[in-house]
Design a protein around this ligand. Structure first.
Ligand code: FES
Length: 187
């Protein structure tokens, strides 16, 4: 997963210092957060259920430590998953682009999940593998300030929709559900 770590560490390169805190959150370890370019090995150390998670069991993710405008990367079933807390402006941008020329047309609303009947549109949860050849895109980057895959130049928006480049489809969304307004279960 070294490639994942390297790419993840590039994500804080966004110019907005508020977005430089690229959080790595260990599931099940409440409040256990590392800031900055801390790589995958730390996740494993922090996560008391690492072996269980690696085996593919569902994991619960506490969203409370993820501030607005920030994101975390976690590893589940051997793959990176991005959990991004969008700002109101980012949500508005994504909705506005529902009518843009989208290579893999999907409304932003179809990429979020609800809790208690209310769309939790501030949360985007996607697999962190480019749908071209699987590289790990860089967060808060690219022409749409979503993710940018440097391998061959695919640009995703903050909804994880492919906007430009060779990737054939939007970032995939794992099976997940809200257990509360501040907790999700993946798997
Ligand atoms: S793997 Fe991402 S653009 Fe090719």
């Amino acid at each position: 997963m070294k490639d994942v770590a390297d790419n993840t560490m590039k994500a804080p390169g966004a110019s907005d210092p508020n977005r430089r805190d690229f959080l790595l959150l260990a599931t099940g370890a409440a409040g256990a957060v590392a800031v900055g370019g801390i790589a995958w090995p730390l996740i494993s150390q922090m996560n008391p259920d690492a072996s269980t998670v690696a085996a593919g069991a569902p994991v619960e993710v506490d969203l409370a430590p993820i501030g607005e405008g920030k994101a975390i990367t976690l590893k589940w079933r051997g793959k990176p998953i991005f959990v991004r807390h969008r700002t109101a402006q980012e949500i508005a941008d994504a909705k506005k682009d529902d009518t843009a020329a989208l290579p893999d047309r999907q409304a932003d609303a179809a990429r979020v999940r609800a809790f208690d009947g209310k769309a939790q549109e501030q949360w985007i949860v996607v697999y962190g593998n480019c749908t071209h050849l699987g590289c790990v895109p860089i967060g808060f980057s690219g022409e749409y300030n979503g993710w940018y895959c440097p391998c061959h130049g695919s640009h995703y928006d903050n909804s994880g929709r492919i906007r430009k480049g060779p990737a054939p489809r939007n970032l995939d969304i794992p099976e997940f559900a809200f257990l509360s307004a501040s907790k999700i279960r993946i798997g």
